[in-house]
Design a protein around this ligand. Structure first.
Ligand code: ZN
Length: 460
C-alpha cells in the first residue's frame, strides 16, 4: 500500500517517499499558549495525529519522529501576564497543561518533541547570527530583518511573486525595511516585556524563526513532512522555509508540505466578537472525546469544515452504530490485528477519512450478518482500523453507559502513575507539570496510604 499526500508545493498528490525510512520526520506548527484551545485549533492536531499514527503503522512506531512547537513568547501572552501581574511562565505553563490535557482527550498522541520557544533561545540566536553573516539578514534600528531578496525561491510555496508583495504591501511599511516583504527575526522588547541578551542587542525573536530553529534542532533538514493549517502557508511557512534554507544551505526544507482546511462555526468565522468560540475544554464536558474526534475527521482534512451541533450529534450516532455492532458481537473472537485492505487503501489516499470511516461501517455490518469466519475477520479489521484512527478505544458497554470518557480515564490513570514515578525520582518539575495537567482536566487527586484515587470536579 503506497501512501500518497497532497503536497502544497507541488500542488498535486504525490507518493510519499521518506528520506530515511528508519527516521521519518514530521513537523507541525503548534499552539501559542495564552488561552484555552478552541475546536479550530484542534483540527490540525487531530488531522496530523492521524498521519502520525499512519506513519507509525507503516514504518514502525520507533521510526517516526514528530515535533510540534509551543509558542511561549508572544504579545498576547505578554498582555495576559501583565493583566494578571504574573511572569509569562505562569500563563504559558497553565495553558500548555490545559492544551495537552484537552488534546489527549481528543485522542491525539503526544508529539515526540514539543519544544518551547523560551527553551530554544540559544538555537534561535545562533541561527539569526548565521543569517546575518551570510547576508541573508541585516540589522536596522535594533531589529534584525530577513532579506527576502537573498532567497530566490521566496514566494514559491504560496505562489506569490515579490512584485505582488510590493503591490500588496500596506502603505505603512516600516522605514527600516529594505524590501516591503522583509520580516522580523529579532526585535527590541518594549519596557516590561521579557527580554533576552543577544549579539544584536537585548530583545526577543519574531515568530517565524522559532520553527526553523526547532526543526534544525529536533529533526534536521530536509524534513519529510511539514504540516499546519492552510492559513499558515503565507507568510509563516514561506518565511520559515526562506530562513531555514539560507541558514543551513540544505538541499531542501520540507519534502512534503501538508495543509489542512479551515474550520468555521456553521457558515461563520469563529471569532470572539461574534461570540461563537467553542473551546475544546468546554466541548469535552458535553460530548465524549472520541465523538469530537470523529466530528473533526468526518470531513476530509483539506476541505473546509463547518462545525455545528449536528456534526457532533452525527459523530455520536456513527460511533453508537459501531460500538453497537461490537456490543452485540461480544461473543465473536476477533481474528487478525491488521486493518482491512479497503480501509488502508482509503487512509493511504491522502488520509481519506470519510472513505476509511465508510469502510469501518462496512466491517461493522459484516460483523453482524456474515458467516462465523467473516464475522471474526470483520471484528479484527474493525478494531484495528478503529485503533489506527484513534476510535473504538472504549469498552462497548462503557460507551453506552456514559460516565467518564474511557480515553479520559485512561489518560488520568497514566498521569497519576507518572506522577507517582516523578515523585519517587524527586523530579519535582515533572510532578508539578503533571499536577497542572490534572488540574486542567478538573481532576481532584486524593492521596492515601494505599495509593492515589481521583474524581472529576464539576466544571467551574
Ligand atoms: Zn511554524
Amino acid at each position: 500500500m503506497t501512501l500518497s499526500l497532497y503536497d502544497t508545493m507541488a500542488r498535486a498528490k504525490r507518493p510519499f517517499v521518506p528520506v530515511n525510512p528508519e527516521r521519518v520526520t514530521m513537523y507541525v506548527c503548534g499552539p501559542t499558549v495564552y488561552n484555552f484551545a478552541h475546536i479550530g485549533n484542534a483540527r490540525p492536531v487531530v488531522a496530523f495525529d492521524v498521519l502520525f499514527r499512519l506513519l507509525r503503522h507503516i514504518y514502525g512506531a520507533e521510526h517516526v519522529v514528530y515535533a510540534a512547537n509551543v509558542t511561549d513568547v508572544d504579545d498576547k501572552i505578554n498582555r495576559k501576564a501583565a493583566d494578571e501581574g504574573v511572569p509569562i511562565s505562569v500563563i504559558t505553563d497553565r495553558y500548555l497543561a490545559a492544551y495537552n490535557a484537552d488534546m489527549s482527550v481528543l485522542g491525539a498522541l503526544r508529539p515526540t518533541f514539543q519544544p518551547r520557544a523560551t527553551e530554544t533561545m540559544d538555537a534561535i540566536i545562533a541561527m539569526i547570527g548565521r543569517l546575518v553573516r551570510s547576508n541573508a539578514a541585516y540589522t536596522a534600528e535594533g531589529h534584525v530583518l530577513f532579506n527576502t531578496q537573498a532567497y530566490s525561491d521566496y514566494g514559491k510555496l504560496s505562489g506569490r511573486s515579490l512584485d505582488d508583495m510590493i503591490a500588496g504591501a500596506r502603505v505603512d511599511v516600516a522605514p527600516y525595511k529594505q524590501h516591503p516583504a522583509d520580516f522580523v527575526l529579532w526585535k527590541p522588547s518594549k519596557p516590561g516585556e521579557p527580554v533576552w541578551e543577544s549579539p544584536f542587542g537585548p530583545g526577543r525573536p519574531g515568530w517565524h524563526i522559532e520553527c526553523s530553529a526547532m526543526i534544525e534542532q529536533t529533526l534536521g533538514l530536509p524534513i519529510d513532512i511539514h504540516g499546519g493549517g492552510n492559513d499558515l502557508i503565507f507568510p509563516h511557512h514561506e518565511n520559515e522555509m526562506a530562513q531555514g534554507m539560507c541558514a543551513d544551505h540544505a538541499s531542501g526544507y520540507a519534502n512534503y508540505w501538508v495543509h489542512n482546511g479551515f474550520l468555521n462555526m456553521g457558515d461563520q468565522k469563529m471569532s470572539k466578537s461574534l461570540g461563537n468560540v467553542e473551546l475544546v475544554h468546554v466541548l469535552i464536558g458535553q460530548a465524549p472525546g472520541e465523538a469530537l474526534r470523529w466530528a473533526l475527521l468526518a470531513s476530509h482534512y483539506r476541505q473546509p469544515l463547518a462545525w455545528t451541533d449536528d456534526v457532533v450529534a452525527q459523530a455520536r450516532a456513527a460511533l453508537d452504530n459501531l460500538y453497537g455492532a461490537l456490543r452485540r458481537s461480544a461473543d465473536v473472537q476477533a481474528e487478525g490485528d491488521a486493518p482491512s485492505e479497503g480501509f488502508l487503501e482509503a487512509i493511504c489516499d491522502d488520509l481519506n477519512t470519510p472513505r476509511a470511516n465508510a469502510e469501518l461501517f462496512a466491517l461493522a455490518k459484516r460483523l453482524e450478518i456474515g458467516t462465523p469466519a467473516e464475522r471474526a475477520r470483520a471484528k479484527g479489521g474493525l478494531l484495528a482500523g478503529g485503533a489506527l484512527l484513534g476510535f473504538l478505544q472504549a469498552d462497548p458497554e462503557a460507551w453506552f453507559h456514559g460516565g467518564v470518557d474511557t480515553l479520559l480515564a485512561e489518560r488520568i490513570d497514566a498521569l497519576i502513575a507518572e506522577r507517582v514515578d516523578a515523585r519517587a525520582a524527586k523530579d519535582w518539575t515533572r510532578a508539578d507539570a503533571i499536577r497542572a495537567e490534572l488540574t486542567a482536566l478538573n481532576v481532584e487527586v486524593m492521596d492515601s496510604a494505599s495509593g492515589a484515587t481521583w474524581r472529576l470536579r464539576e466544571p467551574a
